[in-house]
Design a protein around this ligand. Structure first.
Ligand SMILES: [Zn+2]
Length: 131
């Protein structure tokens, strides 16, 4: 599995966590009052994550999910997408939105960039592999 802008090791970690969630019977439940939202067990936080199904096979997690904030894909969204057989379209969507301020959010979380106001909104190619 390859997703632009995300190290393969991270993708693998997301996938194995998602597999663990999917295989657990009570780790995903429908959110009250919504057909398109689900609550997913959190391994790190005290409260579950709210994953919402958007149009076009897109899924979103909530602001409490660091992985989601930094990469726009996380074990929770993958687990929900997989559980309703929409994982291929979610991955497809994610692949298409490469560079979409993904690394920006990640930077804010990991360490605040000192050079605020730098020119150019291009994501830095940290994991640069020759294409
Ligand atoms: Zn998440």
């Amino acid at each position: 599995m390859q997703i632009p802008g995300i190290p393969e090791a991270t993708v693998q970690r997301i996938w194995s966590k998602a597999a663990a969630i999917v295989s657990k019977p009570d780790a995903i439940v429908n959110a009250p009052g919504s057909n398109d939202s689900m609550l997913v067990e959190s391994k790190t936080g005290k409260r579950p994550h709210l994953v919402t199904k958007e149009s076009a096979g897109r899924f979103t997690c909530d602001d409490g999910c660091k992985m989601w904030l930094s990469t726009r894909i996380c074990s929770h969204t993958v687990a929900v997408a997989d559980s309703i057989n929409l994982l291929p379209s979610f991955v497809d969507w994610r692949k298409k939105c490469k560079g979409a301020s993904v690394s920006l959010a990640g930077m804010v979380l990991s360490d605040t960039p000192k050079g605020a106001g730098r020119k150019g909104g291009k994501p830095t190619k940290k994991y640069g592999k020759s294409a």
